[in-house]
Design a protein around this ligand. Structure first.
Ligand SMILES: [Zn+2]
Length: 243
């Protein structure tokens, strides 16, 4: 009788190719049917240690960009470490809102039943446009009309949530809606109003080189939509603050 022995460990096979961190993360996102546009937060799909891997990957690709731009990064001392600096800036600073979970926000019940218009701002906005990755600098004002069931959050938390949303490549109109959704869900107010006014550096640095253009967007929800007096009060207080 002929017996055939199968060796379960096949030694002459090449080890499996290890996917890059970005491929692994993308694989999980696609598997979960989860959108990963420039202004989406994908932190739930990133495992421990992968952010550092991502940074190294961005650095090596950025080095290729510099090479493609025919910049001699070896002898040009100014650009020796540019790829490394840009990768760090993207992952840990200007686009960090894509890669880290939302900052912890403690919500308090509205024990004293505050129901007066509350305005937070101006909060400094630092973002980048999705089209050119150029900076966007501006200010945000948030108006909240709480009810007795609303959750209140500390004033500084508005700024932290705003920074988390803005630290991604953004489109101003989408950013303001994202911020409104996040606050609506957390605070559950009767009314929510957000105004953003920002300066788009892609207008100064390139293109039309127009130095005067500021873009303003607003989102009004709940009571701010239904009550013109409330909306007027918010806008008038805001213009006094802006002055
Ligand atoms: Zn742009």
């Amino acid at each position: 009788m002929l017996t055939k022995t199968l060796n379960p460990i096949c030694t002459d096979e090449a080890p499996p190719v290890r996917l890059s961190a970005s491929d692994r993360i993308r694989y999980r996102l696609i598997g979960a049917d989860c959108r990963y546009h420039a202004n989406d937060n994908i932190s739930a799909f990133i495992e421990e240690g992968e952010l550092e891997e991502l940074k190294a990957e961005v650095q090596s690709r950025m080095q290729e960009v510099l090479q493609a731009l025919v910049i001699d990064t070896d002898s040009d001392h100014n650009t020796n470490d540019t790829a490394m600096r840009v990768a760090k800036m993207f992952i840990h600073e200007v686009f960090k809102g894509r890669y880290v979970p939302m900052p912890a926000v403690t919500e308090f019940p509205n024990a004293s039943r505050l129901n007066q218009l509350m305005i937070v701002g101006p909060i400094k906005v630092r973002s980048a446009c999705s089209h050119h990755l150029c900076p966007i600098m501006g200010r945000v004002w948030i108006g909240v009309l709480p009810n007795e069931h609303s959750n209140l959050i500390g004033l500084s938390k508005y700024a932290r949530i705003c920074d988390w949303i803005m630290s991604r490549p953004q489109i101003q109109e989408e950013a303001v809606t994202m911020l409104a959704d996040e606050l609506q869900q957390r605070v559950k107010p009767d009314g929510l109003a957000i105004v953003i006014e920002a300066d788009h550096f892609c207008m100064h640095w390139r293109g039309v080189k127009d130095d005067e253009s500021m873009m303003t967007n607003s989102v009004m929800r709940g009571a701010f939509l239904k009550e013109p007096a409330l909306r007027r009060e918010f806008l008038s207080l805001l213009s006094k603050k802006a002055g």
